[in-house]
Structures are given as structure tokens and as C-alpha cells.
Design a protein around this ligand. Structure first.
Ligand SMILES: [Zn+2]
Ligand SMILES: [Zn+2]
Length: 241
């Protein structure tokens, strides 16, 4: 049995345009599921209907704790076809961390090798600590290249719990995780399990991802969710309160 997970760091609120909870509703759900930390990560420009990036510039207005849960702020930033991030530098500085991910509304598949190159190019930014759902064969990835690059660039790879519920949308996600996760153990690359909740009801839901990790006998040492301190160390974050 894997230890209990203390944090969920990839979630969306109404600000993302196609998600349905407020920050407070998401934090309340996190408290009910006994999480210690919730990360809110609205989509960056490129996803239709998401927030204007000015949103990221005023995040200090949000209390650091809601319902006893610490709230951090990131953004899920798109990988663009030229290997750049879809969020401008002047907004990145306000974030606790960046997650980069390929999203088909603003990315065209250019084949396994070039997709991997574009993703790795985005992972080089110092604010980027995570890759979201690296699991979809609509935009395939070369895991033999991605995983060592994650090690070199101090980036953790995500196991996205919501991918398991939409296998047509995240094509071959289980098979891709079965390739990626043993390589993460081989190269000692940390992973993070995220709900990618777009509604409070999904905050802290990790069951499908946990079942896969248990089946693969994945090393809990490499799972950032097992301790808030381990997570803080990974993103080089020192809480002010
Ligand atoms: Zn995403
Ligand atoms: Zn997301």
C-alpha cells in the first residue's frame, strides 16, 4: 500500500473557462479529503475561454490558507509548436511553479521526436517543475528521451488521474505510463499524481493512478505527493507562514 497523499497540485477553477468551482470551493473539498496542500493551476493563454494572464499578477490577494489547507498557485502552460511557453515571462514570476503540457487546441502533432523536443525545450524554464499528462498518443512522446531530460532539468513527470477516465481523449495512456514509470525508477525521476480537477468533486481523487503505481510496484520515495516537505524541497519553496 502506498502512503496517503497529502497534496493535489494540478487543479482548475472557473477562471480556466471550462471548470466549475471557485478557489474556496476547491479548498473546501481539499479540506474534506484531508489534503494539506492544494495547487490551483489555471490554463495559460491558448486554451479558449481561459483567464486573461493579468489574473496571475494579483494572486497575492488570495489567502495562503483556506479551510486549513495551504493554497499555492501555478499555471498549466501550453507547449507551443515552436517549443516556447504560452505564458509571458512577466507573469511567470508570480507563480509558485509552472506545469507545462501539450494541449491539442493550441498544438499540432509533429511526430514523436519533435513533440518530445518541443516539450523538453519548455522544461528548460526555471519556473517549470512539472509536465502534465505526458500520456497521450495523439501527440506521442519518446520516453527514453523525456525521462532523462526530466532528470537533468529537475522536472517531475505527472501521472494524471483524470486521463484514466477518458482513454479516447488520452490515447493509450495506461500503456504510456507503463513505459514511462519504469524509466522514472531507473533514472530516479520524481513523479507527481494529480487529479487535474475541473470541479470540486474531483479534488484529491487519485484512485486510478494509485492502482497503477501499486501494480507497477512504484517506489514511494519518488512520489512527491507523500509529503508536503518533500514537495516544497522539490520546488525550492520556503513557506513565509
Ligand atoms: Zn492539461
Ligand atoms: Zn489541467
Amino acid at each position: 500500500m502506498l502512503p496517503k497523499f497529502e497534496l493535489d497540485i494540478h487543479t482548475h477553477t472557473i477562471a480556466s473557462g471550462h471548470a466549475y468551482g471557485t478557489i474556496r470551493e476547491m479548498a473546501q473539498a481539499a479540506a474534506e479529503r484531508e489534503l494539506k496542500l492544494l495547487g490551483i493551476t489555471e490554463h495559460a493563454p491558448g486554451i479558449p475561454g481561459t483567464t486573461d494572464p493579468i489574473y496571475f499578477g494579483n494572486l497575492r490577494a488570495v489567502p495562503s490558507h483556506l479551510y486549513g489547507v495551504r493554497v499555492l498557485h501555478g499555471s498549466e502552460i501550453n507547449v507551443m509548436n515552436d517549443g516556447t511557453l504560452s505564458l509571458d515571462e512577466r507573469y511567470l514570476k508570480y507563480l509558485n511553479y509552472g506545469i507545462v503540457g501539450i494541449h491539442r487546441p493550441c498544438y499540432t502533432d509533429v511526430g514523436r521526436e519533435k513533440n518530445t523536443e518541443n516539450l523538453i525545450s519548455c522544461m528548460r524554464h526555471p519556473k517549470v517543475f512539472f509536465v502534465s499528462h505526458p500520456d497521450d498518443d495523439h501527440t506521442p512522446l519518446n520516453y527514453e528521451k523525456l525521462v532523462p531530460a526530466a532528470k537533468e532539468l529537475h522536472v517531475a513527470l505527472e501521472v494524471n488521474n483524470s486521463s484514466f477516465a477518458k482513454p479516447d481523449y488520452r490515447l493509450n495512456c495506461v500503456a504510456n505510463y507503463e513505459t514511462m514509470l519504469p524509466l522514472c525508477m531507473k533514472y530516479r525521476v520524481p513523479i507527481v499524481v494529480d487529479s487535474d480537477a475541473h470541479d470540486p468533486s474531483a479534488v484529491g481523487t487519485f484512485e486510478a493512478a494509485r492502482a497503477l503505481l501499486e501494480r507497477l510496484d512504484f517506489d514511494p520515495e519518488l512520489i512527491l505527493n507523500t509529503s508536503v516537505d518533500k514537495f516544497f524541497d522539490f520546488i525550492w519553496y520556503t513557506p513565509a507562514d
